[in-house]
Design a protein around this ligand. Structure first.
Ligand SMILES: [Zn+2]
Length: 271
């Protein structure tokens, strides 16, 4: 059993301020360790459930946050950015049995996390077929496009609720909830414990229930904070300006949506 993990940092236990997610800041070290511990716990849970191979995409900012020496030896780590439309899911192909998401966070437009955003802070909100898009939703469709079920997510309570409303059978572990500019977090070691147990039980269950149904057509809307970015993105082939801050795009093939996100939102700066 081959398992894929996409890992972010804004949703690991306690992460509250952007300085804690920024490599160049002294506050970062604790959260890089927590991200590593939560990812390692997911690996251990997967191995207990019978995983033989694990590929992890470090999907935050520089793509270089996880401390590789603390992972089990069955894991391979993708660091940096591949510069293709798969972005936070780079490395996933149809040979994986299941995908897991660790450290995920609330979407742009949500008040459920002080760190809420979708791909970058330059986006006010994004919608896919009318549904407000978190990075979870964007990446779940990527997994669906590859035919790989998504069976587990950990992160703040807002993204957990988003995930559960989209994929009712996904196993979720909420690390904290956001209130205004604050977070109320469970103990970091408890988060690690729950992630390990949650991943093990998710992978021992009926993995096929995490299958993402792919719509036959995608209608995407991205609202930018600045009208200048919207104007630039509106020149992407097939995109159009809905109003000065909002760009629309449509496609049948989800890969075309990912291509639009790559050039229209600069996905590879994100996570
Ligand atoms: Zn991130």
């Amino acid at each position: 059993m081959k398992i894929f993990i996409s890992a972010d940092i804004e949703g690991v236990a306690g992460a509250t301020d952007i300085t804690e997610t920024d490599k160049s800041h002294a506050d970062y070290a604790v959260y890089s360790e927590q991200m590593t511990a939560e990812v390692a716990a997911a690996c251990e849970g997967a191995l207990s459930a019978g995983a033989t191979e694990i590929v992890i995409k470090d999907a935050h900012w520089t793509g270089r946050n996880i401390l590789a020496s603390r992972l089990p030896r069955q894991a391979r780590l993708i660091r940096g950015w591949t510069q293709d439309p798969f972005s936070m899911m780079a490395g996933l192909d149809e040979h994986f049995s299941a995908a897991l998401m660790i450290g995920y966070h609330s979407r742009a437009g949500s008040d459920a996390s002080p760190l809420a955003h979708t791909i970058t802070g330059r986006v006010t909100y994004a919608r896919i077929n009318g549904r407000y898009a978190s990075e979870f939703l964007i990446n779940a469709y990527t997994a669906g496009w590859r035919g790989v079920p998504v069976v587990f997510l950990s992160g703040d309570d807002g993204v957990c609720q988003d995930a559960a409303s989209f994929l009712p059978d996904i196993t979720i572990v909420a690390t904290m909830e956001g209130v205004g500019g604050a977070t109320i977090s469970i103990h970091p070691d408890l988060a690690v414990e729950r992630i390990r147990a949650g991943v093990e039980s998710a992978l021992k269950g009926d993995i096929a229930r995490g299958r993402v149904a792919m719509p036959g057509h995608f209608t995407v809307e991205v609202r930018y904070r600045g009208h200048t970015l919207a104007r630039a993105a509106s020149f992407f082939p097939g995109a159009h300006l809905i109003e000065p801050h909002t760009v629309g795009f449509e496609a049948d093939d989800y890969f075309e949506v990912l291509r639009f996100f790559m050039f229209g939102i600069s996905m590879n700066s994100g996570g």
